[in-house]
Design a protein around this ligand. Structure first.
Ligand SMILES: C[S@@+](CC[C@H](N)C(=O)[O-])C[C@H]1O[C@@H](n2cnc3c(N)ncnc32)[C@H](O)[C@@H]1O
Length: 273
C-alpha cells in the first residue's frame, strides 16, 4: 500500500516539491495532505505522481507540471506554450498602472502577451481600461484567452508579428512589452527552466535587442502624444533601451530596478510633436 508519505520519501525530490506534486495529483490542499499523509492512495494516483516526479528530476519546471503560476496575486494557467510569468515582470504591471492614474478608460496594449499575465493583471486592476494584447504564437494566445475567461478579465487578443497584429493603427495611452531579449549566444538558453520554455519567448535568435528595437521604433505610430511605453529588458540592456526610446521620440526616459535591484524596465512618454 502506498501513501503520500511513502511516495514523498522515495521520489528523490526535495520535500516541498514532492508536496506540491502530491497536492496537484490528489487535488487536495496542503492542510488536507498534512492530516492525511498516511492514508492509502490509489495505484493510478501513485503512478501519476511518480511520472511527474521523474519529469521534475529531469528539470521540467514545477509550473509546467502543476499547470499554474501565481502573478500579481492571480493564478495563471501555464503550459509549455507560454513563458512562465516571472516575479520581476510585476514591475511592468505597476508601471503601467501608475501611467494610467488620472486617466479614465485608459487604452493599453501588451505586445507579446504569452500567458496574458501582464494584460490580464492590468485589466483586473483597471476594469474601466480597454486592454488589447497580441502574440505571434497562436498556441500562447489560446492559453491567454483561457486565462482571461477564467478570471473574467476584459482583454482583446490579436495574433501576429508585433504591431502588424493590430487591426488598425489604434491610439493607445500605454504600450507595454516583455519581449524576447536573450542574445542567441547566451549560455543561459541551455540551462535550467529556460531549456523547457518556448524558444520564441526567450530569444529572437539575434543580439537580444532586435525585438526591443522594433517595439520602440513602432511605438510612436500607436500612442497618443504624451502616451507611455514600458519595456522589460535584460539587466545589462538598460542604457541601450533608454537610447532607443530617446531616438524613437520619448522623453523623461527612466530605468527601474526589479526586486533583486537589477535594472529591468525602461520607459518614457512620447514627446508632443
Ligand atoms: C518573454 S515572453 C513574455 C510573455 C508575457 N508577456 C510575460 O511577461 O510573462 C515574450 C512573448 O513574445 C512573443 N513573441 C515573440 N516574437 C514575437 C513577434 N515577432 N511578434 C509578437 N509576439 C512575439 C512570444 O511568443 C512570447 O509569448
Amino acid at each position: 500500500m502506498q501513501t503520500a508519505q511513502s511516495l514523498a520519501q522515495i521520489c528523490g525530490l526535495p520535500r516541498l516539491e514532492a508536496r506540491m506534486l502530491l497536492e496537484h495529483v490528489l487535488q487536495k490542499s496542503r492542510e488536507w495532505l498534512l492530516a492525511h499523509d498516511t492514508d492509502p492512495i490509489t495505484p493510478e494516483q501513485a503512478a501519476s505522481f511518480l511520472t511527474l516526479a521523474a519529469q521534475r528530476r529531469q528539470g521540467t519546471p514545477m509550473a509546467y507540471l502543476v499547470g499554474v503560476r501565481e502573478f500579481m496575486g492571480h493564478q495563471f494557467e501555464v503550459s509549455p506554450d507560454v513563458l512562465i510569468p516571472r516575479p520581476e515582470t510585476e514591475l511592468l504591471v505597476e508601471l503601467v498602472l501608475n501611467s494610467c492614474l488620472g486617466l479614465s478608460h485608459p487604452r493599453v496594449l501588451d505586445l507579446g502577451t504569452g500567458s496574458g499575465a501582464v494584460a490580464i493583471s492590468v485589466a483586473l486592476a483597471r476594469p474601466d481600461a480597454m486592454v488589447v494584447a497580441s502574440d505571434q504564437s497562436a498556441a500562447a494566445l489560446t492559453v491567454a484567452q483561457r486565462n482571461a475567461q477564467a478570471q473574467r478579465a476584459r482583454v482583446q487578443f490579436w495574433q501576429g508579428n508585433w504591431y502588424e497584429a493590430l487591426p488598425s493603427e489604434g491610439q493607445f495611452d500605454v504600450i507595454v512589452s516583455n519581449p524576447p531579449y536573450i542574445a542567441v549566444s547566451d549560455v543561459h538558453l541551455t540551462q535550467g527552466d529556460l531549456r523547457f520554455e518556448p524558444r520564441q519567448a526567450l530569444t529572437e535568435d539575434a543580439d537580444g535587442l532586435s525585438a526591443l528595437r522594433i517595439i520602440s521604433a513602432g511605438a510612436a505610430a500607436h500612442l497618443v502624444p504624451g502616451g507611455f511605453l514600458w519595456l522589460e529588458h535584460g539587466f545589462e540592456q538598460g542604457a541601450e533601451v533608454a537610447a532607443m526610446l530617446e531616438t524613437a521620440g520619448f522623453q523623461q526616459v527612466q530605468t527601474f530596478p526589479d526586486l533583486a535591484g537589477l535594472p529591468r524596465a525602461t520607459g518614457g512618454t512620447l514627446r508632443n510633436l
